[in-house]
Design a protein around this ligand. Structure first.
Ligand code: MN9
Length: 293
């Protein structure tokens, strides 16, 4: 399938055996749940998956098994970025062979590269396969800050079709969208999905869709039906859950909320700490209030 506008879930990684094993049974259940929520596709191996706490072999098996379990029922984007570009090249080939609809990558991190080096990095990586490519801009985690002009250069590379933009700078996002009318620009922060749509984003890719994907699908519909009131109500509903989970830790909370839905997720890997009993209690209340309707 080709990548289109809409709402995409950045998949979490479920673990078993105290974090030693990836729980593919739970991945299968998560995929089915997302498809029931009518999402447009899945973003695999990104920040939400806590990919950089996984070995290379684990990353390969998550990419391959997820594609096998999806069986063409929804769109798939593989995040292959790494500190080492050679690893990214290998993962890109694996994602292409596994049938991914797009390949995406953060810029390489730790070492600091100038804009020409980053352009080269994306030129090479996006041409490793023929699969369409999605740039992933998330400066809060990578520490790589790219301006609208630099991002436009990346978007003009031959195989690049889209950007996942996780920043709160909607002035820059509007510039990027204006300069690149033929590209798909996805909004990254769930709490400002509507702000993204308002400056012309084509949809969202985010973590809280793991538990409330249906609300993003409805928000997208309401926005395109010119229903400002409903759009704002839905963003507000989305944010009430986000407000409840941010103080407890977004990813461990999302995992626990899925535990409560009967999908065992395990904790985030150390050094992320597990949820406290009080955190679990608060999440059970949040689940009851926001997700059990
Ligand atoms: O890009 C995610 N960004 C980060 C996606 O994790 C930094 C978002 O989906 C956030 O998790 C979400 C909650 O803050 O907006």
């Amino acid at each position: 399938m080709s990548i289109e506008s809409g709402s995409y879930t950045a998949l979490l990684t479920p673990y078993s055996d105290g974090g030693d094993k990836i729980n593919f049974t739970s991945i299968a259940a998560m995929i089915d749940r997302n498809i029931d929520h009518r999402i447009s596709g899945l973003y695999v191996g990104g920040s939400t998956a806590k990919t950089f706490l996984q070995s290379y072999d684990e990353r390969v098996s998550v990419l391959q098994e997820t594609a096998k379990l999806v069986q063409g029922r929804t769109r798939l984007i593989a995040q292959v970025g790494d500190m080492n570009p050679r690893t990214s090249h290998k993962l890109a080939r694996i994602a292409a062979d596994a049938g991914y609809d797009a390949i995406s990558a953060i810029p390489p991190f730790y070492f600091k590269y100038d804009s020409a080096e980053l352009l080269d990095y994306y030129r090479t990586l996006s041409s490793v396969t023929n699969v369409p490519f999605v740039i992933y801009n998330i400066p809060a985690l990578t520490g790589v800050i790219m301006g609208a002009g630099q991002i436009t250069e990346l978007l003009n590379l031959p195989n690049v079709i889209a950007l996942k933009n996780t920043t709160l700078d909607y002035y820059a996002m509007e510039q990027i969208i204006r300069e690149n009318p033929d590209k798909l620009i996805f909004n990254g922060y769930d709490e400002t999905a509507l702000s993204g749509l308002a400056v012309g984003a084509c949809g969202v890719i985010g973590s809280t869709l793991n538990v409330q994907g249906n609300k993003f699908v409805d928000l997208y519909k309401a926005y395109h039906a010119n229903d400002a009131k409903k759009s704002r109500e839905l963003q507000s509903e989305i944010n009430q859950l986000i407000d409840a989970i941010v103080p407890l830790g977004v990813f461990r909370s999302l995992k626990y909320l899925l535990d409560l839905e009967g999908i065992p997720m395990g904790d985030c890997r150390a050094p992320f700490r597990p949820l406290s009993d009080d955190g679990k209690y608060q999440l059970a209340k949040a689940h009851e209030k926001y997700l059990s309707r």
